[in-house]
Design a protein around this ligand. Structure first.
Ligand SMILES: [Zn+2]
Length: 321
């Protein structure tokens, strides 16, 4: 709390200082303020990998900015993530905590209750959410009883158009939080989006007309991706990432695969196990790896590279009806 008061005091000082330096050009003023502030950097903390990669791109070359990924040692989605004291410390000392939203970070409400000064940037704003499987048939009362966050599927970034929307949402907000770097954020945002749009149209070209678009995936990471490329997810092998599917669920999946002439099972590099192999041999289908881009080499281009690989996999898997 003290840190925040101190930070806002510093911010006010900067505003006063830069406002007083009207003879110095804008650029000089920026440099001066950052030199004085070398110990009080702008720090953005991201909740998990895809958001971290977005931020690497948006903030590339921005001066005095640090991007820290909270769940650094945690692999994959945040479904079974337990927030640690050092994560909280990171968030509390940040300029903003940048999250996926859509229920991927259910712990955020509690953090805000304990520390309402934390600035949260929710990248999911305005994105049309898809209900989680298994929630469609619930009565209204049943839904009320459940944690509201879990009714929607949180894997929004796996759709390229959602990913672009998330980048725009984040850029809009961090420009207000760090106006000194506004120009570079905007430039980076535009460049990255241009590359993503190019990727998207290339993917549509390759995927839209594939003859067999029925697929089965491992966990519920692909509904947004499937919607974007008109793929039909006829089954999900492991609906709940917290537990193994029951014998009945496995039997249901096998039936769906047979009924829908599914030739390709898609597993994820983050969740490999032999269940998919058993199902594949039982149904004469083949296993391919589709990557929801939640892990990687932490390079700026890894989302684009992962999606390009997914495109090649889909072409290979679905070219024969
Ligand atoms: Zn997930």
């Amino acid at each position: 709390m003290k840190k925040f008061k101190f930070l806002s005091l510093v911010m006010i000082l900067i505003i006063l200082l830069t406002a007083g330096c009207s003879k110095i050009s804008n650029e000089d003023a920026q440099n001066t303020s950052f030199e004085n502030l070398s110990e009080e950097k702008i720090k953005f903390v991201t909740s998990f990998y895809p958001i971290y990669i977005m931020m690497l791109n948006i903030t590339d070359g921005a001066s005095g900015v640090e991007v820290v990924n909270m769940s650094e040692t945690h692999t994959g989605c945040l479904h079974d993530f337990q927030i640690q004291p050092e994560d909280l410390k990171n968030i509390e000392t940040s300029t903003a905590f940048i999250i996926n939203g859509a229920g991927m970070e259910p712990f955020v409400e509690k953090i805000l209750q304990e520390n309402p000064n934390i600035k949260i940037v929710d990248s999911s704003k305005g994105i049309e959410l898809i209900l989680s499987d298994g929630h469609e048939n619930h009565s209204h009362e049943e839904e009320e009883e459940e944690d509201h966050h879990h009714e929607y599927n949180p894997h929004i970034w796996v759709s390229i158009s959602n990913y672009i929307q998330q980048i725009e949402n984040i850029t809009d907000e961090i420009i207000n939080l760090d106006p000194n770097n506004a120009d570079i954020y905007e430039l980076n945002c535009n460049t990255y989006i241009k590359n993503l749009e190019q990727l998207s149209s290339q993917m549509h070209e390759k995927i839209d007309n594939l003859p067999n678009k029925n697929i089965v995936t491992f966990h519920e990471a692909f509904p947004y991706f499937a919607k974007e490329f008109s793929l039909n997810v006829v089954g999900v092998i492991n609906q709940n990432p917290h537990s193994k599917p029951s014998a009945k669920e496995i039997a249901d999946t096998i039936n769906k695969i047979k009924q829908n002439n599914v030739k390709a099972l898609f597993v994820e590099p983050q969740y490999l196990d032999n269940l998919a192999e058993n199902i594949a041999s039982e149904t004469n289908s083949q296993i391919f790896v589709l990557d929801p881009a939640v892990t990687g080499d932490k390079s700026k281009d890894c989302y684009i590279n992962t999606m390009r690989k997914n495109m090649q996999t889909l072409v290979e898997a679905l070219s024969h009806s």
